[in-house]
Design a protein around this ligand. Sequence first.
Ligand code: UN1
Length: 471
Amino acid sequence: MNPADRGDVVGRFPRSDKADLDDAVAAAEKAYPEWRRTPPPERGQIILRAAGLLKQRKDELARLMTREMGKVLKEAGGDVQEAIDMGEFIAGMGRRPFGEAVPSELRDKISFTWREPIGVVGCITPWNFPIAIPSWKVFPALMAGNAVVFKPAEDTPLCALRFVEVLAEAGLPAGVVNLVHGLGEEAGGALVEHPGVRAISFTGSAEVGRIIAARCGQLLKRVALELGGKNAIVVMDDADIELAVEGAQWAAFGTSGQRCTAASRLIVQERVLTDFSELLRSRAEKMRVGSGLDPEVEMGPVINRKQLERVHSYTEVGVAERAKLMTGGHILDDAAHASGNFYAPTVFTDVTPGMRIAQEEIFGPTTAIMPVASFEQAIEYANSTAYGLSLAIYTRDVNRAFKAMRELESGIVYVNAPTIGAEIQTPFGGVKNTGNGHREAGTGALDEFSEWKSIYVDYSGRLQKAQIDTA
Ligand code: UN1
């Protein structure tokens, strides 16, 4: 259903079960040996063609995405663009070194490494970046020579289908990527359990990530997790305040706050607190909320009714915790909004680190201003959550900026830019409960999806003993 208009049915999709999943894995296992032997430059050609098709269809896919999951058209275009970028970037990897030549300690002996695929890998993706995130997983998995079973979120099956159609049209052999729709517990669970699937790459909530990690632990399966965030923007009193407010608005309310990189905390030094808060309030109150297909609209709906209620429940939590509600805090149910899942841009202030609204990921258009006295306190607050994905600082003091880069506990740090907007050529991921140490995209994009093989060749014609003959 279109989250901006629940009467608009976007499509009907199968609720696949274990039997469908078994078929998908069987198809992947069948296609794998041939794909594994396909030279990486040839794999790259297919990925590059897929990126080209995404480029041709960017506008059409963006419209479909907006209708399916709600983000405004410009952002949906950005989502498709991120997949195009990823495709072009990964395609080029097919002609780059796939290993290292390593000196041996012995004469007439050489060692080298190469990457090998893992086998059949499972990719489980969320609805908030319904084309970009699949591209971060599926393109590198393919480049590394794996076959894929792809289980997208049940809220965005159509974007996933279009993405896979593009791969087929680009010439990917049948069975190399297999799409399975359905629910997390059912289709996703069967994917995690399947003995033929050697690795799982999951982006979603920390709650589900924990369950998947526990199962993969028992099954000794590789698992890469990209989980939640409770990202913050620190605003120092020497910052360009208008720039900081503009950044905060974009990071808090872009994609209706439904990014794992969204700025749900704004840590502001006392001297600029009033100016910052008032400017943000007035910007939030002027935001046009509605269908993302309308070019005038700045913020779309949240994904579904359940999530809308969850977002509102956090407003109630914040009020009960005695945070001060500055603006928003309600479901928009006037005639223009009643048929969609719309929430008013919401700003709390006087928030302290112990409050739940300062600790838990809300995944909606709610942000919390936290006043601080000093730079040191700001860093302490920024690091005071279980997550560590994206943190930002606005300051014109170069010493503070560099100290922040070192002290902020997150996989991504921004200086004078908001917490959202990572580019695919840089590693993406976080520390602490945001994940389990893996990164997506960037120059290490293939790491998640490949095994290193170390090869030694002794051409001396005699037995040489490492560690012993060298003494
Ligand atoms: C996400 O929300 O899961 O940095 C990904 C960003 C985007 C990706 C967000 N490029 O905000």
